[in-house]
Design a protein. Structure first.
Length: 305
């Protein structure tokens, strides 16, 4: 469903830009070019607005403040990364790298990974991660959460199925890697399935653990659940084991243009790791984030005798 919607949006924008250019090509060539560029690249202006808002909101946040140079670098990084994700990988290449669970001889005994995307995304989001995992001998499953605008709790069965698949293939509890809303879905799974013993660790990247200021504009069920300090978020940790958050590594950024104030992407008791100068989508593909996360799949070196 999401892939078809994003195909329609991408092709529609390209068609509109071409139509504009064709209509004005003879009478106003400069207008033809400027209008076409504005149609195709207008999203960069919306990103700039998000960065303006995050800077204002983050002023009262305890997380380290981003410099103007970091914000500009993050805006440019997101401007470059966003169309790769939303106009190519997700709409047209979501199945480019299939899940790998077999042959069992190759993956058994080596820890696998379940990848959970965020809001308005599908498994195509993870394509660079999947290509890297494809070159290893680790099992992996990347889910596509649906319904796209449904309650986050509805994603629990999909995560449960993926965890079961990877566990059967490897004989080990998997690593969960989650971007944005996917981290909340993972926490909903932990609560519903009491799954602490069934997961190795949970890595979240730009997850609005305590909501985000921007979610005030979201009117779907999952959008409302991601509002700042929502009642649903408060219930996520109700009755949880005292050490649950110690299983989490939370990557967050003072330049996150979707999840802000920045500290809302952290959890008390978790290993909270600040990334400087990285935007929301861009952060998921930084080498330092990918390298440190995938290193968790390898066995810890034995202590010297």
């Amino acid at each position: 469903m999401l892939a078809r919607l994003q195909q329609f949006i991408t092709l529609g924008l390209l068609a509109a830009a071409c139509a504009w250019g064709f209509y004005f090509r003879a009478s106003a060539p400069l207008l033809a070019v400027a209008g076409g560029v504005l149609i195709v690249l207008g999203y960069a202006g919306f990103l700039a607005l998000e960065f303006t808002l995050l800077r204002a909101v983050n002023r009262s946040d305890p997380a380290p403040q981003a410099s103007a140079k970091e914000l500009l670098a993050a805006w440019w990084g997101e401007t470059c990364v966003a169309p790769q994700v939303f106009c190519w990988r997700q709409p047209f290449r979501a199945q480019a790298v299939p899940d790998r669970l077999a042959p069992p001889a190759a993956v058994h005994g080596r820890r696998g990974v379940v990848l959970v995307h965020g809001f308005f995304c599908n498994r195509g989001f993870w394509t660079p991660w999947l290509r890297r995992l494809q070159r290893s001998s680790h099992a992996f499953v990347a889910v596509s959460l649906e319904p796209v605008f449904g309650p986050i709790d509805d994603y629990v069965p999909q995560i449960e199925a993926a965890v079961q698949q990877v566990t059967r293939a490897t004989g080990l509890a998997p690593l969960l890697v989650c971007h944005s809303m996917g981290g909340l879905a993972a926490r909903a799974w932990l609560r519903a399935m009491k799954g602490e013993a069934r997961v190795h660790q949970v890595v979240t990247i730009g997850t609005p653990h305590r909501g985000t200021w921007l979610a005030r504009f979201g009117h779907g069920p999952n959008g409302r659940q991601m509002r700042l300090q929502s009642d649903w978020q408060a219930q996520l940790d109700h009755g949880m084991p005292a050490d649950r958050h110690t299983r989490f590594i939370c990557w967050y950024s003072s330049c996150d243009n979707i999840v802000f104030p920045a500290s809302t992407a952290t959890l008390p008791g978790a290993d909270n790791r600040l990334v400087r100068g990285a935007a929301h989508v861009q952060m998921a593909f930084l080498p330092e984030v990918m390298d440190a996360t995938l290193a968790l799949l390898e066995p810890e070196p034995a202590a010297p005798a």
